[in-house]
Design a protein around this ligand. Structure first.
Ligand code: NAP
Length: 530
């Protein structure tokens, strides 16, 4: 499929008016035949202005109409699956099976939001009917719903080139909420981004949606990304990337004359706690499953397990011995970009230089010309760890830190020292439940998803999912970026008081024409009201 290298604004493919760049294959260093053009500030302005105009129409779309649009995007993506898989694999060095699976997930996310819209009750309408005779004052009629915020800027992630990128979860949830989207692409996969944007444009045309409901822009984060976040007509931001990048853009979002919500999914080290009986019974098995989780996507999952914590003793020694035995057999893998590989190598070298850290083992040697990462496992005593809490920071890639504690009390101290993480895992047998019960309240304050006897890699699409967590794992811990509740990031509550029935949005009207579940005078009901 032909790649233009252009940006997409208001339904038109345009040459970006700034510099150009080429895509790169991280495994070979080869550059793409096509060059891609970066937008300038005037193009940023025109994309946002057009999106703000499109919002006037799109924000009034019925849920059913938006659902049809999302389903059509999904169909258009499916139609070009082979092209996306070919380009995505070339640009990211991720295996074909992974890109195929991630495309399935992206299509699944669009379908999940379409289904939510079709169900019709996602705004959780609340109706408190008037009590004109209440003393001493009459009670007014109050009706609560959700309304979309306005144009949303979405920053693509490098490590999920589809599911957290152009048509990923942020885009799907913002479009479902009724918000136009302007995507700032990630330079690690521009051709994949263009293919996906082309599928969205086809759906726009097929469904006769205002063209500026979606735009795709290439450009530097510092200049173009910041300008998008600061544009007065942008009303929210969805971001997936590093803590440093997310923090810079968060600061820009909240220091505007009109601050806006910034939903940043940032970095996380995802601690794994091994409790005594579990470790005793399964040390070798846990070591192997841990390595399998760490190796997913060359350690480039935001949910990758970066810390393993247990009490020292013979079972802990068996764990270390198995890790030391198996790790050298693990191959080096190409990372997403040469830059990401470079920063991984620097962080591992920094760890090599810390005297209290011991190297457990390293994987097969890496070929630097192929941007490969060598697996690197370190261990440290908890006392030394507690004196060097910077070690909690994410090392993006296949490295992990095993922390050996003197006692269960020290393990709890390590947990208490932690900041926010996306996931926290506990391996526990029934005999460990009293220890787990002490650990859980500590993790409750620090973790977005607590899981037992497994690892956080693999984030299920579900209405019960939470993908986020206290800072720095995300910048907005009260929300999730995965699952149906992600839609609520891009809406706000609106209360209608004493509003004539005919002027109310359909979900609040007395007749309840769509038969949806509502909280009426504090009781759930799907019936019409008088
Ligand atoms: P990144 O370097 O932060 O890049 C992400 C985006 O931010 C890019 O568009 C980049 O633009 C922009 N950016 C970076 N620094 C900026 C700055 N100072 N000012 C303005 N914009 C800036 O992240 P990445 O390397 O692509 O992704 C890896 C990170 O994402 C890892 O830390 C990983 O854990 C995290 N991640 C988190 C989740 C989650 O759900 N929590 C999911 C996936 C990934 P330029 O390209 O122009 O620099």
């Amino acid at each position: 499929m032909n790649i233009s290298g252009n940006i997409l604004i208001n339904g038109q493919w345009l040459a970006g008016a700034d510099s150009t760049f080429n895509a790169a294959n991280p495994a070979t260093g080869a550059k793409s035949a096509e060059s891609f053009s970066n937008a300038d500030l005037a193009q940023v302005d025109s994309a946002v202005e057009a999106a703000a105009t499109a919002f006037e129409t799109y924000s009034q779309y019925s849920d059913v109409k938006k659902a049809t649009f999302l389903r059509t995007i999904a169909e258009e993506l499916e139609n070009i699956r082979p092209d996306i898989v070919e380009r995505g694999t070339w640009e990211t060095a991720l295996p074909e099976m992974r890109i195929n699976g991630e495309l399935g997930r992206t299509i699944g996310q669009l379908g999940m939001f379409a289904q939510l819209l079709e169900k019709g009750d996602w705004k959780r309408p609340v109706i408190d009917q008037a009590q004109p005779d209440r003393a001493p004052l009459p009670k007014p009629d109050l009706r609560l719903t959700q309304v979309p915020l306005g144009p949303v800027v979405v920053f693509s992630a490098s490590n999920f080139p589809l599911a957290f990128s152009v048509a990923g979860g942020d885009t799907a949830s913002a479009l479902a909420a009724g918000c136009p989207v302007i995507v700032k692409t990630h330079s690690a996969h521009p051709a994949t981004s263009e293919l996906v944007a082309g599928a969205i444009l086809k759906a726009i045309v097929k469904c006769d949606v205002p063209k500026a409901v979606f735009a795709m822009i290439h450009g530097s984060g510092r200049i173009i990304g910041t300008a998008l976040v600061k544009h007065a007509k942008v009303k929210a931001v969805g971001f997936t990337g590093s803590i440093a990048g997310g923090r810079a853009l968060y600061n820009a979002a909240v220091s505007r004359p009109e601050p806006i919500p910034f939903f940043g999914e940032l970095g996380s080290t995802n601690p794994v706690f091994l409790l005594a009986a579990s470790l005793e019974q399964k040390a070798e098995q846990i070591a192997e499953s841990f390595l399998a989780s760490l190796m997913m996507g060359v350690g480039q999952f935001c949910t990758s397990p970066g810390m393993l914590i247990a009490v020292k003793g013979p079972a802990f020694d068996r764990l270390l011995a198995t890790l030391a035995e198996k790790t050298p057999t693990l191959g080096a893998g190409s990372m997403l970009t040469a830059g990401i590989c470079d920063s991984y190598n620097k962080l591992c070298a920094k760890r090599d230089a810390i005297s209290s850290l011991k190297s457990i083992a390293k994987g097969a040697a890496a070929d630097s010309s192929a941007s490969q990462a060598q697996v690197a496992l370190f261990s440290i005593d908890a006392t030394d760890y507690l004196a060097n809490l910077d070690l909690e920071e994410e090392v993006f890639g296949p490295s992990t830190l095993v922390i050996g504690c003197d006692s269960e009390a020290q393990m709890l101290e390590v947990a208490t020292s932690m900041k926010g993480h996306l996931t926290g895992a506990i391996f526990a047998q029934e005999q460990d439940h009293s220890s787990a019960a002490k650990l859980l309240p500590i993790l409750q304050q620090r973790i977005g998803r607590v899981l037992f006897d497994g690892y956080g890699t693999g984030v299920e699409l579900s209405s019960a999912m939470s993908h986020g967590g206290p800072y720095p794992s995300s910048s907005a811990s009260q929300t999730t970026s995965v699952g149906t509740r992600a839609i609520e990031r891009f809406t706000r509550p609106l209360c209608y008081q004493n509003t004539p029935d005919a002027l109310l949005p359909v979900e609040l009207q007395n007749a309840n024409p769509n038969g949806i579940m509502r909280l009426v005078n504090d009781k759930w009901s799907d019936k019409a009201i008088g």
